[in-house]
Design a protein around this ligand. Structure first.
Ligand SMILES: Nc1nc2c(c(=O)[nH]1)N[C@H]1C(S)=C(S)[C@@H](COP(=O)(O)O)O[C@H]1N2
Ligand SMILES: [Mo]
Length: 534
């Protein structure tokens, strides 16, 4: 009995004794991140420890996990990753704080070790320099010092209480109030340092300023007006042209690159480039621009998924520019069959030179839906190529174009199990009624979109349950590079029904029923929704 009680007392005391250590650990972690933030204001945002570790994590994550994250969290995937990293850091900081109560040096060394991890991550990023290690290291030294100091002051207090009647050990230790005061001061100081860092980091200011000064000249070759019948008036069917704010975003950039258009350069070089060039943004503005409606699709899109959008792009025709540099497509004896586009954040995207030069409107896009590109969509310049999935064509924040061969080089996603070449697959989607909708019996409009970029949509068919395929009404075609809306009035009878859609492109190929996952070159299968008619 008595023994039991004693154990309990000891446990209670322990927990209470551990709390200041845990809190010191948290404060140390917080101070480390704040100081790192301030340092990265000088070195560059890419060198911040959380950003660097997150970037490394994205690159090291196995493809399937990454695909799952994109599917599950969509555009919030990076926020989730960032919060995850912070949560793990907080737990580790707690643990190190507790460790430091007993083993002060070890705890402080642990904080330093995390600084080293951050530094390694930062220096192993594409385009990193040695100085990128600085924020993590400086932050870790600050955090480690704070932990060492705090737990030193605490240790005195956690000495056994003085026997009754004797004065408590005199010393430099903090009592509870002193500790809380010091802790609050440290937290406030860290918050101040972190905020100063964020204010000082000029990242983005120049980019935004340069963007606001851009006036896109009227295109030499404007897009033909969208035919009036391209947009169907069916409730629940989205707009034919996707507003920029609703346009899907898929990329590996934890921090959106903020490129100043006035200092931006694009280098074109490599195999068979007889006249290599480096272009400025003004060089591009001075060329004849084309304006085109092009539907962009992501290879990670599941059947029926949201990662597809249609925009009006303005840009420089790429084939013409390549020809001026001496590039010939393989069919004309050119030695390079792959064009590798590199972005300022180290992404590499490889496209078939043959496709880029076969007459389609492959472009270096400078504008989207009437304005300069938004930062998230690749400002100042990105590629857009009708008919190819984004990961093999649509490099955002592009800064380098290298002509090479598919044999010689695998781009980022190809190294991660995705196909070298990936033309967009013919797809169709039911947008209304939604899955699990409960429409009233009577006439229900079934409607959606279908796309087969650069081949064009020839036919869309809908099937109710296991019934016959029925032709849907097609909206007017804008171009064969854009998606096409469709609708079908349905005499809905009470009960549960499965609605299924399939499209046929202009080459006569019908979207197959067989379901395959997005990896390696785009999902196949029919989209269906189950509804209950009341
Ligand atoms: N620099 C860079 N460009 C990129 C990517 C990326 O991760 N980094 N992702 C590609 C993929 S997979 C797609 S589908 C398109 C998406 O373009 P959006 O985000 O403007 O819709 O961008 C492509 N360009
Ligand atoms: Mo993509």
């Amino acid at each position: 009995m008595g023994r039991d009680r004693k154990v309990r007392v000891v446990r209670g005391t322990r927990l209470r004794a551990l709390a200041p250590g845990a809190l010191s650990g948290l404060l140390a972690g917080y101070a480390a991140l704040a100081v790192a933030e301030l340092a990265s204001a000088a070195v560059g945002p890419q060198a911040g420890p959380v950003v660097a570790v997150g970037g490394a994590a994205i690159d090291l994550t196995p493809g399937p996990v990454k695909d799952w994250a994109i599917r599950t969290f969509g555009t919030a995937d990076k926020l989730v990753l960032r919060l995850g990293i912070l949560a793990v850091l907080a737990l580790l900081a707690l643990a190190l704080g507790v460790l430091a109560l007993r083993h002060r040096r070890l705890g402080a060394a642990g904080v330093l070790l995390f600084g080293v991890v951050g530094a390694v991550a930062a220096t192993s990023r594409p385009d990193a320099t040695a100085i990128d290690a600085l924020p993590s290291l400086v932050g870790a030294v600050a955090g480690s010092g704070l932990l060492y100091w705090f737990t030193g002051r605490l240790r005195v207090r956690t000495a056994p209480p003085a026997p009754m009647g004797e004065a408590p050990t005199a010393g430099k230790g903090w009592d509870r109030r002193g500790f809380l005061l010091a802790a609050s001061a440290a937290a406030a100081a860290s918050t101040g340092v972190g905020a100063l860092g964020r204010t000082l980091s000029s990242s983005g200011r120049d980019a935004l300023a340069s963007r606001s000064r851009i006036v896109l000249p009227p295109p030499a070759s404007p897009a033909s007006p969208v035919p009036r019948g391209a947009q169907l008036r069916v409730a629940g069917l989205g707009p034919f042209r996707t507003p920029t704010k609703d346009f899907y975003r898929v990329d590996t950039a934890l921090l959106v690159p903020k490129v100043d258009a006035t200092t931006w350069r694009l280098r074109i070089h490599g195999k068979g480039v007889t006249a290599p060039r480096t272009l400025t943004f003004d060089d591009l503005l001075q060329r004849d621009l084309i304006e085109r409606d092009i539907t962009l699709a992501c290879v990670s899109n599941e059947v029926g998924g949201p990662y597809v959008g249609n925009a009006r792009w303005i840009g420089v025709p790429l084939a013409e520019l390549l020809r001026e540099c001496g590039v010939r497509p393989p069919s004309r004896g050119g030695p390079a069959d792959q064009l590798v586009a590199r972005s300022v954040d180290g992404m590499t995207i490889g496209s078939p030179v043959e496709d880029l030069m076969d007459g389609r409107d492959a472009m270096l896009a400078l504008g989207m839906n009437g304005g300069p590109l938004p930062l998230e969509h690749g400002f100042p310049v990105r590629m857009v190529v009708p008919g190819l999935y984004g990961y093999v064509s649509a490099c955002k924040w592009i800064e380098d174009i290298e002509l090479t061969t598919f044999d010689a080089y695998d781009a980022y996603w190809v190294e991660r199990a995705w196909a070298r070449e990936a033309p967009v697959k013919t797809q169709s989607r039911i947008d209304t009624p939604k899955a699990d909708a409960r429409p009233r019996a009577g006439t229900v409009m079934i409607a959606g979109v279908a796309w087969a970029q650069h081949r064009g949509i020839d036919r869309v068919e809908v099937r109710i349950d296991e019934g016959p395929w029925r032709r849907a009404d097609l909206a007017a075609e804008d171009t064969r590079d854009t998606w096409r809306q469709w609708s079908l009035p349905w005499r809905a009878t009470p009960g549960t029904h499965t609605l299924t859609v399939r499209a046929t492109d202009r080459t006569g190929k019908t979207q197959p029923a067989h379901r395959t996952p997005p990896v390696p070159d785009g999902a196949t299968g029919h989209h269906s929704v189950v509804v209950t008619v009341e």
